[in-house]
Design a protein around this ligand. Structure first.
Ligand SMILES: C[S@@+](CC[C@H](N)C(=O)[O-])C[C@H]1O[C@@H](n2cnc3c(N)ncnc32)[C@H](O)[C@@H]1O
Ligand SMILES: [Zn+2]
Length: 322
């Protein structure tokens, strides 16, 4: 996280739900940012003061409801790291953040369709439990952020999106202007999914439930969600030049940077199971798709996933060439 802050040259940073302050303190210590800390709990604020002393750091500490602070003041970058969903803070943070908004969501069950109604309430979108649910969750979160910003004539460009362990994390660069907000909303859409064969297709508009073009199974619709670019390989590349990068962070960043810009992914093993074949290596299938003129890559979202602009029939052929 601080590597992103460092590479973006962020000076004014608000750790809006700071708890012990560890996140903001790393931003201050390792990225040299001028950090403001906030937490609604007075106990947390005392701990932040203590931790600043212990680390010979300084920073403003406020003890407010994050929404009050975010409505009162602007910060160059705002970081939301709440318990569970960031949804209650997104509106105020969209107003407060001048240039960057960083968001963590740990409510992966609602985001990914496992707690359906909770996902609908928190994100004003229909999630679906699919084999690519990790990316679906990230795109539902991004979709809510894009719509919150658009209400204020603002827009976003995702710099880095990852789902690691049990949380979704997105890094957004923000811009002002109604026209840019309109263009940004063009990235919103829907995913039509077939639960029988795992095929999916992308649509700009909602549509009545239909039939799968591959197996004729009944399809379901997820969305609205973000279908635009989710990784900025240039920004990620800059973050990767940081000399304090851990091996794990380097691996995640490299995988994100290499992902092609195609929403969702196919589950290699689920396809092999359906075709009743023994799963082979994934990389040769990815290479075969590329040889046939499709875009294709692995994905950090899922070790057994294949991202591609090819349809299911071509993916099956690449996995199991005749
Ligand atoms: C998940 S913790 C933050 C973890 C921290 N960012 C870290 O990296 O360790 C969420 C924090 O949000 C605080 N909090 C909950 N509701 C809040 C609100 N409305 N305004 C500000 N802080 C709030 C809690 O007191 C808690 O310390
Ligand atoms: Zn199907």
């Amino acid at each position: 996280m601080w590597l992103m802050i460092s590479s973006l040259g962020i000076s004014g940073y608000l750790d809006a739900l700071a708890a012990s302050g560890i996140r903001g303190m790393r931003a201050a210590k390792e990225a040299g940012a001028d950090v403001s800390f906030n937490d609604v709990s007075s106990q947390a604020c005392q701990l932040i003061e203590k931790n600043l002393d212990r680390n010979a750091l300084s920073g403003e500490v406020t003890c407010k409801n994050a929404n009050s602070l975010l409505h009162e003041r602007h910060f160059q970058a705002v970081d939301l790291d709440p318990f569970g969903t960031p949804s209650p803070y997104l509106s105020a943070a969209s107003r407060s953040a001048r240039e960057y908004l960083f968001i963590t969501a740990t409510d992966t069950a609602p985001l990914c369709g496992a707690h359906f109604m909770s996902g609908v309430r928190k994100y004003m979108a229909t999630p679906l439990r699919t084999s690519y649910h990790r990316e679906m969750g990230a795109r539902i979160l991004l979709g809510l952020a894009a719509r919150e910003l658009a209400r204020l004539d603002r827009s976003m460009q995702p710099l880095l999106t990852h789902v690691t362990d049990h949380y979704v994390r997105v890094y957004l660069a923000l811009s002002n202007g109604a026209k840019a907000a309109d263009r940004c909303l063009e990235n919103m859409g829907y995913v039509e999914h077939c639960p029988i064969c795992g095929s999916f297709s992308l649509h700009k508009e909602p549509r009545p439930l239909g039939r799968c073009g591959q197996c004729s199974g009944k399809t379901s619709l997820a969305g609205p969600l973000w279908l635009g670019r989710i990784q900025d390989s240039e920004a990620i590349g800059r973050a990767m030049t940081w000399d304090k990068l851990s091996r794990r962070a380097e691996r995640i960043l490299a995988a994100c940077a290499e992902e092609i810009d195609a929403p969702m992914y196919y589950d290699h093993h689920a396809i092999c199971q359906r075709l009743s074949i023994t799963p082979g290596k994934i990389d040769p299938a990815v290479e075969r798709l590329k040889e046939r003129g499709f875009q294709a890559s692995r994905t950090h979202f899922y070790g057994l996933g294949i991202k591609t602009d090819a349809k299911m029939a071509d993916v099956e052929e690449a996995i199991n060439p005749s």
